[in-house]
Design a protein around this ligand. Structure first.
Ligand SMILES: *Cc1c(COP(=O)(O)O)cnc(C)c1O
Length: 386
């Protein structure tokens, strides 16, 4: 018997010739850094999303860090001020809070596995400054209710939109609900470039501050000095704040420009894979559940998750059949750096012990999806008994 083809949880697919054509322009012109293609992708992103501002940066983590630091500076937050956040996310969401010496206060999730507004409300205190909402898996949970709560309680809302490129909420692209949205174009995200990301502030001054902070705090970049967009001396600049080196470059932007052209088409294929999984798993044994999507959202389709009471055994069973699902994510509070911030979040804890991300990507055929679904069912039928 021959081994079946391995099916991995993610597999980036690139339009190679189109990417190379964009990158070739950079190499031939001799401009591979900040500017030109990075401006092009910022403009294209604003047109595509309808958002007012966009800065292309080196990663989603950079975008999140810039979001938090810019707000902290502009709104005069103190060290030790609190930010309410989810424990069920990639560590980088919460690591940037520690980096800025803010205190993460972990709240529980709802059935969509995103922050539950009812669980946020009682945690708001005199030192609460912001909420970080993660659109886990590519859908928006109760984001509109969280945005209302933040407005009423005077809190900033930071959207970790790492999974949300192309996602629509009530017909419009997500990202305008709060103060800022941070996007990841990491290698295996649904708009993958290797590494890069985007930050979209609603406020113009914060957008400007984030741009400065993304480039050492320098008030004008080499592109604007080279193109004469900024009057005055070409070599003179000033630094007002301690900045980082978080800008994106023209090579990354080239790949992002091509990916963005196909984002809607690609997300549609991901959602078709979701529909096929949901159909195949509609009738299922006890001990296996799906994660419901909110009705007002057309998600990015980035992840298709199931909840299995026998999660570790299911993964071992699938691995033995050349199927390699993922787990997104273990709780932040499972990591030693968050040990002093542990709070009971029963729903997130249960989900973290049961979550499995099934393979979902553009290199999968419908037959691959059927094969994964039927193996998941076979395992659960066998363990749930007659
Ligand atoms: C990937 C990811 C990030 C970080 O993005 P990078 O581009 O890898 O830095 C942040 N939050 C979530 C939820 C992610 O999945």
């Amino acid at each position: 018997m021959t081994e079946p083809n391995p099916i991995h949880v993610f597999r980036p697919v690139f339009r190679v010739e189109e990417c190379l054509a964009e990158i070739r322009q950079c190499l031939e012109r001799g401009w591979v850094g900040l500017g030109w293609k990075t401006e092009e992708i910022e403009k294209a992103w604003k047109v595509y999303t309808g958002l007012a501002h966009a800065r292309f940066v080196s990663s989603g983590t950079a975008a999140l860090h810039l979001a938090v630091r810019s707000l902290k500076i502009a709104r005069h937050w103190d060290e030790g001020d609190e930010v309410i956040t989810t424990p069920l996310t990639f560590v980088s969401t919460n690591q940037v809070l520690l980096e800025e010496r803010l205190t993460p206060v972990f709240a529980d999730v709802d059935e969509h596995l995103c922050l539950d507004p009812a669980k946020i409300d009682p945690l708001v205190g005199p030192r609460t400054r912001a909420v970080v909402f993660v659109g886990l898996g590519g859908q928006t949970g109760r984001l509109p209710a969280v945005a209302d709560l933040c407005r009423k309680r005077g809190l900033a809302l930071i959207l970790d939109a790492a999974h949300l490129a192309g996602a629509r909420l009530s017909g419009r692209h997500v990202g305008r609900e709060g103060d800022v949205a941070a996007w990841s174009f990491h290698a295996v995200k649904n708009l993958g470039t290797g590494d890069s990301g985007m930050i979209s502030f609603a406020d113009r001054d914060l957008d400007e501050l984030a741009r400065e902070l993304s480039w050492h705090g320098i008030d004008r970049d080499t592109w604007s000095r080279t193109t004469g967009a900024v009057p005055g001396y070409r070599w003179r600049y000033s630094v007002r704040e301690r900045g980082m080196k978080y800008n994106g470059n023209s090579i990354q932007a080239s790949i992002a420009l091509v990916g963005l052209r196909y984002l809607d088409q690609d997300n549609e294929r991901r959602r078709a894979i979701h529909a096929r999984y949901a159909g195949a798993l509609a009738v299922r044994p006890p001990g296996l559940d799906l994660v419901p999507e909110p009705p007002d959202c057309v998600g990015s389709g980035h992840m298709f998750r199931v909840l299995s009471e026998r999660r570790d055994d299911l993964i071992a069973y699938l691995n033995a059949r050349s199927i390699y699902p993922g787990v997104h994510y273990d709780l932040s509070t499972a990591h030693p750096i968050f040990a002093s911030h542990i709070r009971a979040c029963p729903r997130a804890e249960l989900a973290a012990s049961r979550l499995v991300t099934l393979p979902c990507h553009l290199a999968m055929s419908d037959g691959d999806v059927e094969r994964v679904a039927s193996e998941v069912l076979l395992f659960h039928q066998a363990v749930s008994g007659p």
